[in-house]
Design a protein around this ligand. Structure first.
Ligand SMILES: *Cc1c(COP(=O)(O)O)cnc(C)c1O
Length: 374
């Protein structure tokens, strides 16, 4: 492959921070770089939150759900159109996912369906333990609506902000500050990366303390190893956190660049039967990946025609997430919606969007797509 969907993009300062970690011999899942990385996230998010560095975004979600007391047989209500890592932790805990569709005007979880189902579940005494909406392709969900529903029904709200670090909701409120907790991912293909890693961000200090406890094998206070519950080995490596320190210096540049890439695709390819992911007024997405839909009736081609043609030219493009309720694993799961996500999946495509994509590379992608459209 010559042009990838989204590649790691170093600032050039990461190795210095990693060297400092080596110099102090903190080659371990604790240390000054990890503390500094957590502090830099708290400062960046600019809200009174606690940040806990973890091995991955999925680990962060697993811990958040466990802390929200999700257990065997409990329900977790979740966006159907998302990445598997944002759902599997529900299975780790023996809980049952119930899936929800997207709002076509924002591609965020449709809060109208949620509201109806919460009202029903409340009268039938079967409310979920947690709601997990996804900030899809870097765009914040409707935090006001979700937070007020969560409060009204007394349900935990855990926002999957794995793709939206650097985005903002209304009035500049940063994505990643929502709900009882939000999770972030620093996997290699995300906006910034620590090679692999994640973060739990929570306004509850008790949740952060519990996450640190559970992430380090749930050791009780004692000189020997003493355990009254089971934990996990989920802390972020200090070496990986050092990479994150270099990445945090350029987070806003990376987001600006991804937004520019999106705008350029949009300018060149709109009005040819291609539509781009909407951005509601007042919100600012990271545009982690440029997501678009192709109308086969209007264009005479499908998203697969474009994807395969790009692949022949060693350019990576990928269909939008296949909704979870369409996955064989979840064929028996409940789903509420009208198939907005199903349609986005059948017509949707993500184009190369890494912040290191050059203008020439983007021109090539645009030129190739135009040969199919005109
Ligand atoms: C990347 C991602 C995750 C998982 O994060 P990892 O760090 O890869 O475990 C979860 N949810 C969404 C929406 C993601 O994009």
């Amino acid at each position: 492959m010559r042009i990838y969907l989204s590649r790691p993009h170093m600032s050039g300062r990461e190795e210095r921070f990693v060297s400092e970690a080596f110099a102090s011999n903190f080659v371990a899942p604790l240390g000054p770089q990890l503390d500094a990385f957590e502090a830099s996230l708290c400062e960046y998010l600019n809200t009174d939150v606690n940040c806990v560095g973890l091995a991955s975004g999925s680990a962060a979600l697993h811990l958040a759900l466990r802390i929200a007391d999700v257990g065997p047989g409990d329900e977790v209500w979740i966006s159907s159109m998302t990445f598997a890592g944002g759902v599997f932790p529900v299975n780790y805990l023996g809980a049952i996912p119930r899936f929800f569709d997207l709002d076509p005007t924002s591609w965020a979880i449709d809060t109208a369906y949620l509201e109806v189902e919460l009202r029903k579940a409340s009268t039938e005494n079967r409310l979920p333990k947690a709601i997990v909406p996804t900030d899809l392709y870097g765009q914040s969900v409707d935090l006001d609506a979700l937070e007020s529903l969560a409060t009204q029904y007394g349900v935990n709200l855990i926002v999957d902000s794995a793709e939206s670090l650097g985005a903002s909701y209304k009035n500049g409120r940063k994505a990643g500050t929502g709900g009882d907790a939000a999770i972030l991912s620093f996997n290699g293909n995300k906006i910034i990366t620590t090679s692999g890693g994640g973060m739990l961000v929570t306004r509850h200090k008790a949740w952060a303390d519990e996450a640190r406890f559970l992430a380090t094998q749930a050791r009780d206070q004692a000189p020997h190893y003493q355990h009254s519950t089971f934990g996990y080995n989920y802390r972020l490596s200090n070496i990986c956190a050092a990479i994150g320190l270099g990445q945090m210096e350029v987070i806003d540049e990376r987001v600006d660049r991804r937004r520019d890439i999106f705008e350029r695709y949009k300018k060149e390819l709109s009005n040819l039967g291609i539509e781009f992911m909407p951005e509601p007024d007042g919100l600012r997405s990271t545009r982690w990946l440029t997501a678009l839909t192709i109308d086969p009736k209007e264009t005479g081609i499908t998203r697969e025609d474009i994807r395969l043609m790009l692949l022949e030219n060693q350019i990576e493009a990928r269909p939008l997430w296949k909704p979870m309720h369409m996955q064989p694993l979840y064929e028996n799961a409940a789903y509420h919606g009208r198939g907005v996500d199903e349609k986005l999946f059948s017509n949707g495509l993500c184009l190369p969007s890494g912040s290191d994509l050059t203008m020439d590379e983007q021109d090539e992608v645009i030129g190739l797509i135009k040969t199919l459209l005109i």
